[in-house]
Design a protein around this ligand. Structure first.
Ligand code: UDP
Ligand code: MG
Length: 316
């Protein structure tokens, strides 16, 4: 394979000061075992409030292969990966987390597949004992809902630890949307020339998870809304079903009225409940439409995805 000699490692880090040095050490060890491979290690500091930036700058000062993309504030993991990819110049980009849950020891195998001609190397987490029952359940529900509602299959248990060849990096780069989800974008491209490597994810080296339930919810909503317009159809389906039911109920009421002697009107509670119910359904539908309109609003503004300073500040 020609042009498979230079790899860009992209690491997004948010408050990971205690992991940077160890990750760098293990990365170096692992990368240096690979034959004639040039590499750059791009840390994206996603607006950390701790010493992450200083830790990276320490490495940057003594190692010219270390680069830093420094965000002015927290833009989120997906945007951080995007930024790393934008600055990467390698023949492939390898994404990983900063907390050592994506073991650098796997990189030689990933690179080997790539050099054998594979364009996308994905990884799959098997059996993570460190995850609590709640976390596992959360992950399961997340992917269940996601795949039910989204038009593209987004495989479960495939973390963002992956290698993408330059030609698909360019494709992903051409997708400029604000609300993005990498896993989904890759599924959307639908590359068949890919392999999946299993690995056992260790627990975090230091610090704690930065994905709060709130961030995960946002990711889930983003993923559904940016890959599908199915939710918009629900209101229509629901309306059609309501019309059919109300028609049937209407016919029943007329017959009931005709055959019952001394028919008396009752059912105030039923009426009230129905009004509230249908009112709520309408509000929810409006909310769903609102989410889509809001996204259109944000995307049309065409703001930059992030604001960052790049070290080294080279001009191409
Ligand atoms: N991360 C980030 N920005 C954020 C949240 C997380 O860059 O707003 C990074 C974080 O530093 C880590 C990776 O994304 O390198 C994955 O986050 P985390 O380990 O907290 O997620 P988990 O492994 O618990 O799903
Ligand atoms: Mg993690």
């Amino acid at each position: 394979m020609s042009n498979r000699n230079f790899i860009s490692i992209v690491i997004s880090a948010y408050n990971e000061e205690a992991n940077i040095a160890e990750l760098y050490k293990q990365l170096k060890q692992s990368l240096d075992t690979i034959d004639s491979l040039k590499y750059e290690i791009i840390f994206v500091n996603d607006g950390s409030k701790d010493n992450t930036k200083a830790e990276v700058l320490k490495l940057y000062e003594k190692d010219k292969d270390v680069k830093l993309v420094d965000f002015v504030r927290n833009f989120g993991h997906e945007i951080a990966m995007t930024a790393g990819m934008d600055y990467a110049v390698g023949d492939a980009v390898l994404f990983m987390d900063a907390d050592l849950q994506h073991p650098p020891q796997l990189i030689p195998e990933m690179v080997k597949h790539w050099r054998d001609g594979v364009d996308i190397v994905l990884t799959k987490r098997v059996d993570n004992q460190q995850e609590s029952y709640f976390q596992k359940l959360r992950g399961k529900i997340f992917y269940k809902i996601l795949n039910k509602l989204s038009d593209f299959e987004i495989p479960a248990q495939t973390p963002d630890f992956r290698l993408i060849d330059r030609k698909y990096v360019e494709v992903v780069k051409s997708m400029k949307e604000n609300n993005r989800m990498f896993r989904g974008l890759i599924s959307w491209i639908g590359v068949s020339n890919q392999v999946v490597i299993d690995f056992e994810a260790p627990s975090r080296f230091a610090g704690e998870s930065k994905y709060s339930v709130k961030k995960l919810m946002k990711l889930a909503v983003d993923s559904i809304l940016s890959f599908s317009i199915k939710p918009l159809r629900f209101a229509m389906y629901f309306g059609i079903i309501s019309i059919i039911i109300s028609g049937l109920v209407g016919v029943y009421m007329i017959i009931d009225y005709l055959i019952t002697p001394n028919y008396q009107t009752t059912g105030f509670a039923t009426t009230a409940l129905l009004v509230i119910f249908l009112g709520s359904v309408q509000l929810i539908s409006l909310g769903v439409i609102g989410e889509y309109v809001g996204r259109i609003h944000i995307e049309t503004k065409n703001r930059p995805l992030y604001i960052a300073q790049y070290f080294p500040n080279q001009v191409d």
